[in-house]
Design a protein around this ligand. Structure first.
Ligand code: ZN
Length: 290
């Protein structure tokens, strides 16, 4: 493991997720100190056009444009062109970590999304749980690094911060504070790892993404069900086999679980409306760091 030379903080990948956009402003205005001794830190707005229009994207979701195996997208979309420009500017193979800042309308608190189960990330999760026990660690490591479609995988190392619940286009103090706290812990982790000063990291529980739950629709595309009221707003709470995830418009409960328990998250994320995704599911596992 080489030490990291640079951390690039990314905001406005989705133009209506304001916490990161305002953290970028705090950094530029020197009201938040992201600098550390052992690496350089830069920050930037990624999709300025989307930020100006206060929308998630102009044509397509920028944060799904970075997989090396998916070429079915509109090649002339604003975001496809932006992704190619971003890759050409940043794909330099150096020891860089990208931290991409996001908000969610789901009640996920401060969540760190890790796209690899390598030891560097398992230790990162351990440090976050040590410093910020209320943070959630979510591994989405079911794909290889090059197959991941997320922007932060442009770099050799990349993670995402998701903080919510916050309505897209709004700016809440609580959400901004949680994002700043988690960002600070991540910068401290890189610093301490670079300087071999990490101490007393413990095993911890984390969530591992398994699948999405889609809402059934009729032939006109209208929803036939919604998230069950018992789990609305309860991201990362356990749901046991036999408990309902969805409820139909006529009140019939839908219990699709084949596993003994699961941990829903991204529950009712408004950005997933068009795809009729009700939530994602995860397993909860103990993570060891040796
Ligand atoms: Zn986002």
């Amino acid at each position: 493991m080489h030490k990291l030379d640079n951390v690039l903080i990314l905001a406005g990948t989705h133009g209506n997720e304001l916490s990161g956009i305002y953290i970028n402003k705090l950094i530029k205005d020197k009201l938040y100190n992201a600098q550390r001794s052992s690496f350089t830190v830069t920050s930037q707005i990624v999709n300025s056009n989307a930020v100006q229009s206060a929308s998630r994207f102009i044509d397509t979701d920028l944060n799904r444009e970075f997989s090396s195996v998916d070429n079915n997208q509109d090649t002339h979309s604003h975001e496809r062109l932006l992704s190619q420009k971003f890759i050409s500017e940043h794909n330099q193979g150096n020891n860089q970590l990208m931290i991409d800042l996001h908000n969610t309308t789901s009640n996920m608190g401060a969540t760190l999304i890790l796209l690899s189960n390598d030891q560097y990330y398992r230790k990162m999760g351990a440090y976050v749980k040590q410093q910020m026990p209320n943070a959630n660690i979510l591994f989405e490591d079911e794909k290889s690094w090059s197959e991941q479609a997320y922007l932060c995988t442009t770099a050799k190392y990349g993670v995402m911060i998701e903080v919510g619940a916050q309505a897209h286009g709004s700016l809440q103090h609580k959400t901004l504070s949680l994002m700043l706290e988690l960002l600070t812990v991540l910068l401290d982790y890189v610093e301490k790892d670079n300087l071999d000063k990490l101490q007393d990291l413990q095993e911890y529980h984390a969530f591992y993404y398994t699948e999405e739950v889609h809402i059934p629709v009729d032939k006109e595309g209208m929803r036939q069900a919604m998230v069950h009221p018992a789990i609305c707003g309860k991201d990362f709470d356990v749901v046991k086999q036999g408990q309902a995830l969805l409820i139909t418009l006529s009140g019939e409960e839908i219990c699709p679980l084949n596993t003994l328990e699961t941990y829903p998250h991204f529950i009712n994320e408004s950005a997933y409306c068009k795809k009729n995704i009700a939530m994602a599911l995860a397993d909860k596992r103990l993570v060891t760091i040796e």
